[in-house]
Design a protein around this ligand. Structure first.
Ligand SMILES: [Fe+2]
Ligand SMILES: [Fe+2]
Length: 348
């Protein structure tokens, strides 16, 4: 029997057997307790979390591109400030998620290398272009809306660092959804051509948003095990249905239609029926054949290369501080920092 060191999910602090550690993990998951970084966990659970969290983190930072495209062309200072805040939030979401993934022993560099090499995915939704200003509104309403529907249950995910990161992310996503909705409402109630622009954006983003929930349940490779481990709480199809039911009345308030002739209320089910999703398109985009796959990944690689000096500077700064801390006390360090800062200000 292999001996492993137990963490908090296993109450013992001394060495325990592999079987005991596994039983403690199962019991913690069953009791809805959180699994923490130092707890024993099955390798497949760790790998599954790294895959999901990496894909999620990559989606956050790649998702900055389609909207950042409109920052310089926002129609007013107010809209520009909102959009800049939103795009910055997405960078922050990436940061929380890469940090949460690091608690599983995978560095951010490693994950970014895999993204740049095409070995890890990001959400296929970001491979569609933002053709008009109304796309920013449609993304906020539909894409951030779908993200919230997916992510609120992740706040109760069994892995502690992921669940805690999601709490803050969801608060910010809800602001993103609201600003998109409000922007579309303004366009829809504006001039006929503004209304038309809003409708056109919704027509283009509706189906890709439904695809964000992933393949149908019977084709979803990772779903069943993820639900047993309580990483996922609801199936892809359940979440997709919930999203459709939320969007239909919102579209009515917006004065816009959803581009699906089969969309109608089903009295018996108490939910909306909706038309068939074009999964061939979804698979093509996943394979790299979407309208913007090339552009998104090459822009990401370029941004990473151009940011090399920032990483070098941050590393040098951290090393300088580590050396200082090794030499002196924290109070002396702080005093030295202030003195250095004042001197720089004075000579600037
Ligand atoms: Fe986000
Ligand atoms: Fe967002």
């Amino acid at each position: 029997m292999t001996a492993v060191t137990a963490g908090t999910a296993v109450e013992a602090t001394v060495e325990t057997t592999a079987e005991e550690a596994e039983a403690a993990f199962d019991a913690a998951v069953a009791a809805d307790e959180r699994i923490e970084p130092r707890d024993w966990m099955p390798e497949a659970y760790r790998a599954s979390l790294v895959r999901q969290m990496a894909q999620h983190a990559h989606s956050e930072i790649i998702g900055m591109q389609p909207e950042a495209n409109w920052i310089t062309r926002a129609p007013s200072l107010r809209r520009k400030a909102i959009l800049m805040a939103k795009v910055q939030d997405e960078a922050g979401h990436g940061l929380y998620l890469y940090s949460a993934a690091e608690t599983l022993g995978t560095s951010r560099d490693e994950l970014l290398d895999k993204l740049h090499a095409g070995r890890q995915r990001y959400s296929s939704i970001f491979n569609y272009p933002t053709l008009t200003w109304a796309d920013v509104g449609a993304i906020g309403w539909l894409v951030d809306g779908a993200a919230i529907t997916n992510q609120v249950p992740l706040c109760r995910c069994s892995y502690g660092p992921y669940a805690r990161a999601m709490v803050r992310i969801c608060k910010e996503e809800s602001f993103h959804q609201r600003q998109g909705y409000e922007s579309l409402l303004a366009l829809s109630r504006g001039t006929p051509s503004q209304h038309e622009m809003a409708q056109d954006a919704v027509n283009r983003w509706w189906w890709p948003s439904l695809m964000m929930f992933g393949p149908p349940d019977d084709e979803s490779a990772h779903s069943v095990q993820s639900m047993i481990w309580k990483i996922k709480r609801h199936s892809n199809d359940e979440l997709r249905q919930r999203f459709v039911d939320i969007c239909v009345p919102q579209a009515e308030t917006l004065g816009l239609t959803l581009p699906d002739p089969d969309l109608k209320w089903n009295e018996e089910r108490g939910q909306h029926d909706f038309g068939a999703i074009d999964w061939t398109e979804f698979r093509e985009v996943l394979k790299g054949n979407g309208p913007c796959n090339e552009q998104r990944i090459s822009q990401r690689r370029r941004a990473h290369e151009e940011g090399a000096w920032v990483r070098e500077a941050a590393t040098a700064y951290a090393a300088k501080h580590a050396a200082k801390s090794a030499a002196g006390s924290p109070v002396e360090d702080a005093a030295a920092d202030v003195a250095e800062h004042v001197e720089k200000e004075a000579t600037a």
